[in-house]
Design a protein around this ligand. Structure first.
Ligand SMILES: *[C@@H]1O[C@H](CO)[C@@H](O)[C@H](O)[C@H]1NC(C)=O
Ligand SMILES: *[C@@H]1O[C@H](CO)[C@@H](O)[C@H](O)[C@H]1NC(C)=O
Ligand SMILES: *[C@@H]1O[C@H](CO)[C@@H](O)[C@H](O)[C@H]1NC(C)=O
Ligand SMILES: *[C@@H]1O[C@H](CO)[C@@H](O)[C@H](O)[C@H]1NC(C)=O
Length: 208
């Protein structure tokens, strides 16, 4: 009896070790969450400037459209200078921002990822690499954005193409007994296979 109990508990232990997510699993899950999100809307966080009148140095979070249009996991944004996030980013020396994406049904046991990085804004539209491909990739995800595209004189707001480059990737796979929780090294995240679904839907711009 004692022996078989030991056997059961040690094989359970073995199973849970076997089923534990590796950092590579975590990277693939995180990339799928971000790249294959049907809404392609994340929660962005930025920080108010130090000299802001009502919320100096306070964090600010609100939803933000993105599109995964690069094989390395950098994200395409439409940067509207009028928005609070854009103001905070422009006031940050490092153009810092963080973007979090979670599962379709967010729950404690479901994966979510937070990308911490910075934003490059192309105020000169002619300098956007692969501009037409970027625009089609973004519009495939966000058809409603056709009303506020850069260089559209009839658009409701001034807009610029921008790129968000993740610098750190923090992943919570679910409950920590089975799932990976912690930082995913950037090279592993950038090298993780992007979702095939994304390229089928005309998502990714680059070939790999
Ligand atoms: C973003 O961060 C990288 C270093 O990780 C830096 O080289 C680059 O200049 C930063 N970009 C902006 C717009 O601050
Ligand atoms: C935008 O970049 C192009 C190509 O370098 C340059 O010819 C043009 O003068 C720039 N436009 C502005 C407004 O700076
Ligand atoms: C990702 O790829 C894009 C397009 O090739 C490039 O502009 C960007 O700098 C890359 N990002 C990082 C963080 O290496
Ligand atoms: C991507 O999303 C679609 C639609 O939600 C889903 O059917 C498909 O299985 C997903 N692909 C991957 C690789 O997760």
């Amino acid at each position: 009896m004692h022996l078989s109990l030991t056997f059961v508990s040690s094989s359970l232990f073995f199973l849970s070790v076997l089923s534990r997510e590796t950092v590579w699993d975590a990277a693939a899950i995180a990339r799928r969450l971000v790249d294959n999100s049907t809404s392609s809307i994340g929660v962005m966080a930025t920080v108010f400037p130090l000299d802001h009148s009502s919320s100096p140095a306070q964090p600010f979070a609100m939803q933000e459209y993105y599109a995964s249009c690069h094989t390395n996991g950098s994200l395409t944004l439409l940067f509207l200078p009028i928005s609070r996030h854009s103001q905070n980013i422009l006031h940050s020396n490092h153009h810092a921002a963080s973007l979090s994406v979670s599962s379709a049904l967010p729950a404690a046991r479901s994966p979510r990822v937070s990308l911490i990085g910075n934003v490059t804004v192309y105020t000169n539209t002619t300098l956007v690499p692969n501009r037409n491909a970027i625009q089609s990739c973004y519009l495939a995800r966000h058809p409603d954005a056709r009303w506020w595209l850069p260089e559209d004189d009839d658009a409701a707001h001034i807009a610029y193409w921008a790129r968000f480059d993740p610098e750190s990737v923090y992943f919570v796979g679910g409950f920590g007994d089975k799932h990976f929780i912690g930082y995913i090294p950037l090279e592993i995240y950038q090298g993780a296979p992007a979702s095939a679904e994304v390229s089928l839907q005309g998502g990714l711009v680059e070939q790999y």
